[in-house]
Write a protein that binds this ligand. Structure first.
Ligand SMILES: Cc1cc2nc3c(=O)[nH]c(=O)nc-3n(C[C@H](O)[C@H](O)[C@H](O)COP(=O)(O)OP(=O)(O)OC[C@H]3O[C@@H](n4cnc5c(N)ncnc54)[C@H](O)[C@@H]3O)c2cc1C
Length: 461
């Protein structure tokens, strides 16, 4: 065996990055994709949502321009133009990835793959069937939205995140079921467009995975913008489907009528049609493919990466898992490390977290202290007129080592990386606090939070 033929199924962030890295390591790579290169992230996830958010954030900024000393009349969103721009952005980014694959001499096979055995894949292409053999195979088939069984997903009022990105008109009213990351991001897209939004979350707070203070602050911000939020509440049934909407019944007895209903209650691994029964792979209870820290499945020469292995459903995690998998397959020792993965929510203001929260640290029996700095005390945030939020560091009491960080506020998704770097390299608050940060910048908030944890706060009491 030559040991350098790699088959990768799925050209989302996990698969295309794995393909490029494998080619760089000298492998002969076949990358199989049944739809568009770029997967969920580029076509139906990260890029289209962030493109629309850029439009609605601009709209919100223009609306408060008067506070910045600028008079603007006749502000009006052009939804058709916003969607066209979103499509153009997606198309440009997809083309960029196609170019990279070509430049790295990756063989892209368009079609649906199913496994015949550990080394052989059959691909149904538009022209017919093709069999591909490899020394290693990598599953990167991603995830799909969880659908609630009592809902008619064929009804035009019912949306998944994918369909919400294809709307042709701004809905007058929107019921969002599930106030997690995707639900909150869509609330930030449609809220500024004038849609009347109701959110329903079965847990006791929105963004239930986040630090409690952050969940609470985001709830207050969304409510202040007129969004109606029910927590501790389940969608019980659809009482009535109409031609131009539906009426939902919640388990608290409320009835909500809306033009559209967006269901975003989670995602599950996508393995349909792969003929996994031919491989005898270990799966967990949710159907995620089980892997070790080298992204190896229960079959030594089969790897799995990205959303299909569960855990963090994030594009940058998929990128890293792709690199780890092919490096191991091709003889480079490599392990995945999840301790410093940033998790960003592109709401307005943004939320970004990394490492341990206060509660998680305490659950593990670690003695911790907190260093917190509010953006209202930041000169730069004041200048930007974006003073909501804070930076919080979770710090080991004795050593001063940074174990976690939570940010809600302007540009949180960019600021979080300083904390990720600190966690990754076991830095202490002394090391962050004694590093001079430029003034006036939002990054100073991270330094000030470190100084607070050191017991040496300057710009706050
Ligand atoms: C609305 C939304 C917003 C998001 N925003 C962000 C964000 O801002 N930041 C972030 O980090 N993450 C975000 N995500 C998550 C991110 O999109 C995923 O984590 C990422 O796409 C996972 O990459 P993947 O390669 O594992 O899977 P996918 O991107 O789903 O790619 C899998 C690919 O495999 C192909 N495939 C599947 N089965 C077969 C088969 N049998 N044969 C051939 N091809 C097959 C599919 O067509 C697909 O192209 C978002 C997701 C959603 C839904």
């Amino acid at each position: 065996m030559s040991d350098n033929k790699v088959i990768i199924v799925g050209a989302g962030p996990a698969g295309y990055v794995a393909a490029i890295r494998a080619a760089q390591l000298g492998a002969e790579v076949s990358l199989i994709e049944e739809a568009q290169v770029g997967g969920t992230c580029l076509n139906r996830g990260c890029i289209p949502t962030k493109s629309l958010l850029a439009s609605t954030e601009a709209l919100s900024l223009i609306r408060r321009a008067k506070r910045l000393g600028i008079e603007v009349d006749g502000i009006k969103p052009d939804f058709t133009c916003m969607m066209e721009r979103k499509n153009e952005v997606v198309s440009r980014v997809v083309k960029g990835v196609e170019y990279l694959l070509k430049a790295n001499k990756v063989k892209l096979v368009k079609g649906k793959a199913s496994f015949l055995d550990l080394h052989k894949v059959e691909v149904k292409t538009p022209e017919g069937k093709e069999k591909i053999e490899g020394d290693f195979t990598i599953m990167a088939t991603g995830s799909k939205p969880v659908l609630l069984p009592f809902i008619d997903f064929n009804h035009p009022a019912v949306l998944t995140s994918e369909r919400a990105l294809e709307l042709t008109q701004i809905p007058q009213s929107l019921l969002i079921v599930g106030a997690g990351v995707i639900g909150c991001e869509f609330a930030s897209i449609f809220g500024p467009l004038g849609t009347q939004i109701t959110m329903v979350e079965m847990m006791d707070r929105i963004l239930p995975q986040e630090d409690k203070r952050i969940s609470l602050m985001m709830k207050q911000i969304l409510q202040k913008r007129g969004i109606n939020i029910f927590t501790d509440t389940r969608l019980e049934e659809i009482a009535d489907y109409q031609k131009d909407g539906l009426t939902a019944r919640l388990d608290n007895g409320e009835k909500i009528s809306a033009e559209k209903m967006l269901i975003c209650v989670g995602r599950s691994p996508y393995t349909e049609g792969l003929s996994l029964e031919n491989l005898d792979l270990r799966l967990d209870q949710k159907g995620n493919i089980t892997v070790n820290e080298r992204m190896q499945t229960s079959e030594q020469r089969v790897y799995a990466i990205g959303d299909v292995v569960g855990g963090y459903l994030l594009a940058h995690v998929a990128f890293e898992e792709g690199i780890v998998a092919v490096e191991n397959a091709l003889g480079v020792d490599s392990k995945i490390d999840y301790t410093s993965i940033p998790n960003c929510i592109f709401t307005s203001p943004q939320i970004a977290t990394v490492g341990l929260t206060l509660d998680k640290a305490r659950e593990r029996g670690i003695e911790v202290k907190i260093g917190r700095f509010r953006f209202s005390a930041s000169g730069k945030a004041q200048a930007l007129d974006e003073t909501d939020g804070f930076v919080q560091l979770v710090v080991e009491e004795e050593s001063g080592e940074v174990l976690g960080g939570q940010i809600i506020g302007p540009h949180a998704a960019d600021l979080v990386h300083e904390i990720a770097l600190a966690i990754r390299w076991e830095l202490t608050v002394d090391e962050i606090g004694s590093t001079v940060h430029a003034h006036p910048t939002l990054s100073e908030a991270v330094m000030e939070a470190a100084k607070k944890a050191q017991g040496k706060p300057i710009h706050m009491t």
